[in-house]
Ligand binder design. Sequence first.
Ligand SMILES: NC(=O)c1ccc[n+]([C@@H]2O[C@H](COP(=O)([O-])OP(=O)(O)OC[C@H]3O[C@@H](n4cnc5c(N)ncnc54)[C@H](OP(=O)(O)O)[C@@H]3O)[C@@H](O)[C@H]2O)c1
Length: 330
Amino acid sequence: MSWLPGKKYFEGGICTVTRNMANQVVIVTGSSSGIGLQTVKGLAERNATIVLATRNKAKTEPLMDEIKRETGNANVDFIPLDLIDLKSVKTFAQEFKTKYNHLDVLINNAAITYLRSAKTFTKDGFEESFGTTYIGHYYLTRLLLDTIRKTKNSRIIFSSTKSATKTPLDWEDLNAEKKFSNLAASVQGKRSSLMFASELQRRLESDSVKVVSFHPGWVKTEGRETADNPTLVKIMSKIFGFFMLYFGKNAAQGAQTSLYCTLEDWDKLKKAGYYSDCEEFNYPPQEDLRPENTQKLWDLTDKWIKEKLGDEATFSYEKNISYEKVAIFL
Ligand SMILES: NC(=O)c1ccc[n+]([C@@H]2O[C@H](COP(=O)([O-])OP(=O)(O)OC[C@H]3O[C@@H](n4cnc5c(N)ncnc54)[C@H](OP(=O)(O)O)[C@@H]3O)[C@@H](O)[C@H]2O)c1
């Protein structure tokens, strides 16, 4: 479709950074489709050791063969991860640590992207979008922080959406107990992740870890529908999908900024930076990205996880930091 007039504009930025990633270990969550899968392919081409962190073994194994065949890279691994289940997250981290002693890049990519007409919950009782995008990745990152911190020039990358840079957190209804909308729940998960990224970077100030977030663009990926969607929603979704063929990116184009954040020279990446179309995207400072709020969310999330897992809740990295410490976002 690139031949259509104006189409190139919507295909967005291309990652032109070429870096050999031999001996570097990368985890990509939700890499069984869409942007995650294309990111994995791009990194496999650059010789990285990839860990596909996905929940569906039957879907993932043929993809591993495909990636190895297409890229000639045999260092493609799979460790099961279901982000809606905190115990699965913990098992993933344990298995990862038995196999690998360093982690160069963690890409928190997975999310609920299909339409839901009714609210659904994770195994631990969180609204599913918030629970997957934010809580699952929060715990995963916390569990892997010891390995990430001891790896020189490591990075933690969050897949975000631009709406999350302007929509404040709804503190009164974090888990969508009072009202639910699919879109709002998704943005709430992404906003929380943005706050987490900011707080993480602040706490890792003295470590060689960069934490960044990125918007992939509007990308035509699988966009599955749940069976319970009313016919009208299904029709609207098909119409939207049709327009996305022209106005959107395909998955490989959508993976460009994720690749950029992974491949760009470590020194050039901005701490707690936000990227879109392979360049920095600046958004105005906001109240709930102030340290007292990001720390509040961190503490609250720790509390929730401890409540859900009881004695089984462990964190690889505990560090208290004062509210007064200079904030990245101010
Ligand atoms: N597409 C866009 O226009 C767009 C725009 C802004 C941001 N994004 C973000 O980009 C990221 C990738 O989205 P995409 O468009 O590539 O969508 P996608 O093709 O639907 O990919 C989502 C991935 O997340 C995985 N996932 C969902 N729930 C999971 C769970 N509980 N545990 C482990 N993995 C789980 C899915 O696995 P299964 O295959 O097992 O379901 C799938 O591999 C998401 O974070 C999304 O919010 C996308």
